[in-house]
Design a protein around this ligand. Structure first.
Ligand code: 5AD
Ligand code: SF4
Length: 447
């Protein structure tokens, strides 16, 4: 590597492109950290000496995006033959994807999965030495994951923290349990140590990450609840905000609601994927809750925390979804009034039970329902969006705005706020009067 850098008489550069969820964003920070230890310097563009795509495969579109962009990388590689192209993440955990890459994208140098990020440096050495594609994939055992990897955080003041890996829920549409493996919780001791180190390093906000954080700790030798982990994290000096993602409605406990409601540090935001409002479709999805129990849960949460922001994920067009089923979804959206919702067209994932279910919904029907859902989500979210206008609330300032003289930050409930200010505010938690709500963000004045 040093030789290559000397030959080019410049430092070697890298770029990591992340597709998909917060878990991947967190893994990408580890990949970047390892690359920096190896001597690569970060560059904004993919026209770099080392490019990694950290891929997602939750919907077919995510796969297609990666294949589409690989062509462009090959263009860069033709100009810079020493360039290294690496692919990792969920998409690579599927043998048929790896076969396709080998056959159609031979210019890729390195392929690895979600379980061997800790081998990344060694795999890179091998890829640099060999002239053939280096492929290294491990099956889904999450218990041996190495935790202490170098890390380059995108923000100095906030960070993700993995509390668990994998998923055991097997929702019938979802590929995640197949590619990410079985659920495995880190010990509270390891997690708390990591958060303390982050706090010493200037982090004020943490995001605890897992596919289903509400089942955290159930399989540990000494089982602990997610709420008790939150209470321990709260005690750490310097940590001022705690977020988490994602919650599964079937496992959300009263203990968690009480812990959130009585906490100063746990943020006023719950992402609670609904997926469908029809009890029959939920059964076919293997979600293990009903329309009624979801509504009851949402009501309980709102009662305990009136300011809370509730957001959700909804899938339209799951196999067998009738107009009546879809009307149930609209009904839940109308009754809960989400602050925002990620809406998805059902995407068939080979190997999942739903892929072979009867009565797949046609594209036309799916799109038509999707548009109606989006309209209602938008209408209900707009009605709720201005509810904090006039109040003074705490904002963690995150970055300067494209508009000169403005900075942008977030409220505890995850809403975006723009205010007058300069770079010196970045990373600070400040009191801001919310003067105006435009669409889905506020303008405010520093108090
Ligand atoms: N098709 C469409 N959306 C899906 N999701 C997961 N699998 C699929 C699929 N096969 C959505 C779910 C999940 C979010 C991360 O992605 O709504 O909560
Ligand atoms: Fe997929 Fe369901 Fe696990 Fe979420 S809980 S990752 S939707 S299987």
């Amino acid at each position: 590597m040093d030789a290559a850098s000397a030959r080019l008489s410049r430092p070697l550069t890298y770029h990591v492109t992340t597709f998909g969820c917060q878990m991947n964003a967190n893994d990408s920070e580890k990949l970047s950290g390892i690359l920096e230890v190896m001597g690569y310097e970060y560059t904004e563009t993919e026209d770099a000496d080392f490019v990694i795509y950290n891929t997602c495969t939750v919907r077919e579109n995510a796969d297609l995006k990666v294949y589409g962009r690989l062509g462009r990388l090959n263009g860069y590689k033709k100009k810079n033959p020493g360039m290294v192209i690496g692919l990792c993440g969920c998409m690579m955990q599927q043998p048929e994807v790896v076969e396709k890459i080998k056959k159609n994208y031979p210019f890729v140098d390195l392929v690895f999965g979600t379980h061997n990020i800790s081998d990344f440096a060694a795999l890179t050495e091998k890829a640099l030495d060999d002239n053939v594609m280096t492929v290294s994939l491990l099956d889904g055992d999450n218990s041996g994951l190495i935790e202490d990897l170098p890390r380059k955080r995108k923000f100095v003041f906030k960070s993700g923290v993995n509390i668990m890996y994998g998923c055991n829920n097997f929702c019938t549409y979802c590929i995640v349990p197949y590619v990410r493996g079985r659920e495995y919780s880190r010990t509270p001791g390891d997690i708390i140590e990591e958060i303390k180190r982050l706090s010493d390093d200037g982090v004020k906000e943490i995001m605890l990450l897992g596919q289903n954080v509400n089942s955290y700790g159930k399989t540990l030798d000494e089982p602990v609840s997610f709420a008790s982990l939150l209470r321990r994290a709260e005690e750490i000096d310097g940590i001022e905000r705690i977020r988490f993602m994602t919650s599964h409605p079937k496992d959300l406990s009263d203990e968690l609601i009480e812990t959130m409601a009585s906490s100063e540090k746990i943020c006023d935001h719950l992402h609670l994927p609904l997926q469908s409002g029809s009890t029959e479709i939920l059964r076919k999805m293997n979600r293990r809750y009903t329309k009624e129990s979801y509504l009851e849960l949402a009501g309980k949460i709102r009662e305990a925390m009136p300011d809370i922001s509730l957001t959700t994920d909804i899938i339209v067009g799951f196999p067998g979804e009738t107009e009546e089923d879809f009307a149930e979804t609209l009904d839940v959206v109308d009754r809960v009034g989400f602050d925002s919702a990620f809406t998805f067209l059902y995407s068939k994932r080979t190997g999942t039970p739903a892929a072979t279910m009867e009565k797949q919904v046609s594209e036309d029907v799916m799109h038509e329902r999707f548009d109606r859902l989006l309209e209602l989500v938008h209408e209900r979210a707009t009605e709720r969006s201005g509810r904090l206008t006039g109040r003074t609330m705490k904002v963690l300032v995150e970055e300067t705005n494209r508009e000169p003289g403005l900075v942008t930050g977030r409220l505890s409930n995850n809403f975006t706020v723009h205010l007058e200010g300069d770079e010196s505010l970045i990373g600070q938690i400040v009191d801001v009067e919310l003067t105006e709500c435009r669409g889905f963000y506020y303008f405010g004045k520093l108090k």
